[in-house]
Write a new protein. Structure first.
Length: 248
């Protein structure tokens, strides 16, 4: 007769990522979202200026240029507290996107989905806008089923790694997918002691796609990929790995 399974053996696998919200993030951000069951927006931490929280890059004839949201954010704010300070930024950003991408093959395909984020809805807080926009792209354009939550609902305690570990435990994580920049402070042994596997995300190897204004640039907003590749965008984010494995 078979022995009853231990509680550890019965524990359901739950893969989690914890990342600060970004403005119209690059494709690697959505690659991590695709890897996990639960994506936690880590927005109850200190805001950093001149970072990805309120800006990203687009392709122009002059090369990759910043598209930045004006905010009141400084080191005294948490990300979730930061507010927009210019009521005209939404219209200006949409006008800029139209200027440089209107002739892209799939701009019109996504216009009715994306334009209402900029026109007709007045946003006040950066975090709320970023989170909503990211979920819109992930669910309704890329077709992901990943669950999204906000770190504030877990009331995690501690600092740096201890706070991450506490959040992961409260979220029921068995696997944690982290970007490579966290190697400076994350200790896999501490996570393993709590039954959580640490997986480092690898952003290398993304294929190029037809893009305006060569040379090709990977480090731009995902909108660049969507406008150029449309429904084929997932292949350029994660699908290419399956093809590479099949041909190996």
């Amino acid at each position: 007769m078979n022995e009853p399974s231990s509680p550890a053996a019965c524990k359901e696998t739950r893969t989690v990522a914890i990342v600060q919200s970004n403005y119209i993030p690059w494709k690697g951000y959505f690659d991590i979202i695709h890897d996990v069951d639960l994506f936690v927006f880590y927005d109850d931490v200190q805001y950093t200026r001149r970072d990805w929280r309120n800006r990203n890059r687009i392709k122009t004839p002059r090369g990759a240029e910043w598209l930045s949201i004006p905010t009141d954010g400084d080191r005294g704010h948490l990300i979730c507290e930061v507010q927009m300070v210019d009521p005209h930024w939404q219209e200006n950003h949409w006008k800029t996107l139209r200027q440089f991408y209107a002739k892209a093959p799939f701009f019109e395909r996504y216009r009715d989905v994306l334009e209402p984020m900029y026109i007709g809805t007045r946003w006040t807080h950066l975090s709320a806008f970023n989170q909503k926009f990211t979920q819109l792209i992930a669910h309704y354009i890329l077709g992901m089923r990943t669950e999204f939550t906000d770190s504030r609902q877990y009331q995690a305690t501690g600092t740096k790694q201890d706070r991450i570990v506490d959040l992961l435990v409260k979220a029921g994580a068995t696997r944690y997918v982290s970007g490579p920049s966290a190697r400076d402070y994350l200790d896999g042994a501490q996570l393993a002691a709590r039954g959580i596997e640490l997986v480092w995300k690898d952003y290398s190897g993304y294929p190029e796609y037809p893009q305006f204004h060569p040379p090709f640039e990977h480090g731009v907003t995902i909108l660049d990929l969507l406008f150029h590749c449309g429904p084929d965008a997932p292949r350029h984010i994660w699908g290419w790995r399956n093809r590479a494995a099949d041909s190996a």
